[in-house]
Unconditional design. Sequence first.
Length: 182
Amino acid sequence: MKIYTRTGDKGLTSLIGGTRVPKSSLRIESYGTVDELNSWMGLVRDQEVNAPRRELLKQVQDRLFTIGATLASDPERSRMQLPDLHEADVLALEQEMDRLNDGLPELRHFILPGGHPSVSYAHVARCVCRRAERLTIALREESFVPDLVVVYLNRLSDYLFVLARGMSHDLGAEEVKWQPRG
């Protein structure tokens, strides 16, 4: 199988289902951002501090591939059987957030991203996740997107925030409180 096909040289690409669309379309931007998020998730998973969380992070990456396939499909023409999300996927994120939160100091202020490079990777992933969520919501305004895709992205960004806090705690890194000027 060749990696290059030359079929996209004029700025078009095919969705699952065969529909050709501009590479600048909202659908392509949506699943491209989910793909970017998946790469960031790989970097977060590769951080040594996340050794005990690697299996969940790998599952998240799998779910992001599922979301990408869903977004890469023409909802009116695709007949391909795709993997799907389940409510249990959202619940797994919520349960892990609850577990992580139990060991963290109460959050009373906004915090600035950073404190350790590993923590910063989680914050970047959170921001990319929020962008993927915004793009997917915009896509949903013009075309069918399963509700659970938006719910999962929303919960994943929350999880990444709590994960960053948990990583910071595990690393003994300082959480810098945002102190607005006065």
